[in-house]
Design a protein around this ligand. Structure first.
Ligand code: PMP
Length: 360
């Protein structure tokens, strides 16, 4: 089998142990004579998987009892629309903190539903850092929306200490499960699974129960958080295979030592690549300011387009996959999510140094 170092931004690397287990169980799930994909979502075998996935997430992230975990579809992008549909109120605006393209998209959707406001934006510095947050923004905002990790620009909130509002909502699509964060600070957290949690197809929503009670009741049933909460995410057929794989990924994460161990590994991995950038004497330039650097998506450029192309071509030949920057910004991006092994980052560092040396 061809060996690759998978640095894809999402869908992204999955732990090999998880894929192996899924392979073993594919044709015969727990002696039932059929695949988990073929079980009814209302049957006891699938229901057990559904509940185990929720319980593991609750345990790993230390989610308090006042929160409900939902498994939805439509990606994080559907959440961009469902959030304002459910929570916007007349005569009250939500506020959005813009730290990259995904937060811009979230605000754009909100503006289609009603009035919404930008609180602060990092656009003028091409989203190279998390902007200074005004210390006292108004409690009058219906909710305040943030993006914890900016997948395209490679920046990440180092902490949420200075962020205060009664109803904070965070898009954590690209850094959930990578380090400890204070769940109780947020009314709602959401994440598409295809980076740290599992395959595409399921979106995890973590919501304080009282928040859903206050949501708009006039929505089409499927778009209302209350529906999914009342029906334990079984109102309609959930993406059962994606949730099964999510459960396997969470078991893997727990076995490894949970969030603390994942964070330790992620810091060690990211440091290798940032060191290669910082010690290159300007051959590689990181996009993010140092205090805003992401542990998940490491973005950098070379001196010109031609050299970048050559770097990506040779990297591909050496078995590195997914190193091209997002099509909207160019350059290079190494996504070192939870399932990317340390050896892949060591190999990338080595490749970066050797490529530089070759250029003389
Ligand atoms: N938010 C962030 C931070 C993302 O990285 C992405 C996808 N890369 C999205 C939202 C959109 O997610 P989806 O494709 O699941 O709709």
């Amino acid at each position: 089998m061809k060996h690759v170092y998978n640095f894809n931004a999402g869908p992204a690397a999955l732990p090999r142990e998880v894929l192996q287990k899924a392979k073993e169980e594919l044709l015969d799930f727990e002696d039932t004579g059929m695949s988990i994909m073929e079980h009814s979502h209302r049957g006891k075998h699938y229901e057990a998987v559904h509940e185990q996935a929720k319980n593991l997430l609750k345990e790993l992230l230390s989610i308090p009892d006042e929160y409900e975990i939902l498994f939805l579809q439509g990606g994080a992008s559907l959440q961009f629309a469902m959030i304002p549909m459910n929570f916007m109120k007349q005569n009250q605006k939500p506020g959005y903190i813009l730290t990259g393209s995904w937060s811009e998209k979230a605000l754009k959707e909100a503006k289609k539903i009603g009035e919404a406001e930008e609180i602060v934006s990092g656009k003028s510095s091409n989203y190279s850092s998390i902007p200074e947050i005004p210390s006292l923004f108004s409690d009058d905002y219906t909710y305040v929306h943030v993006t914890s990790n900016n997948t395209i620009f490679g920046t990440q909130w180092a902490s949420f200490d200075h962020l205060e509002h009664p109803f904070l909502i965070a898009d954590m699509s690209s850094d959930i499960l990578s380090k400890r964060f204070p769940v109780e600070k947020f009314g709602m957290i959401y994440a598409g699974a295809q980076k740290n949690l599992g395959p595409a197809g399921v979106t995890v929503v973590i919501m304080r129960k009282e928040v859903a009670d206050k949501a708009n009741k006039e929505l089409p049933t499927i778009l209302s958080y209350e529906t999914h909460m009342k029906n334990r995410s079984l109102y309609n057929t959930p993406p059962t295979f994606s949730i099964y794989l999510l459960k396997l990924v969470l078991e893997w994460a727990k076995e490894l030592g949970g969030l603390e161990e994942l964070e330790r590994r992620n810091k060690e991995k990211a440091k290798l690549i940032y060191d290669a950038i910082d010690e290159s004497g300007g051959f590689y330039t990181g996009h993010a300011e140092k205090d805003s650097r992401s542990l998940m998506n490491i973005t950098f450029t070379l001196q010109n387009e031609e050299l970048t192309k050559q770097f990506l071509k040779e990297a591909q030949e050496q078995g590195f996959s997914g190193l091209a920057g997002h099509r909207s910004v160019g350059g290079c991006r190494a996504s070192a999510y939870n399932a990317v092994p340390l050896e892949a980052c060591q190999a990338l560092k080595k490749f970066m140094i050797e490529f530089q040396e070759k250029q003389g």
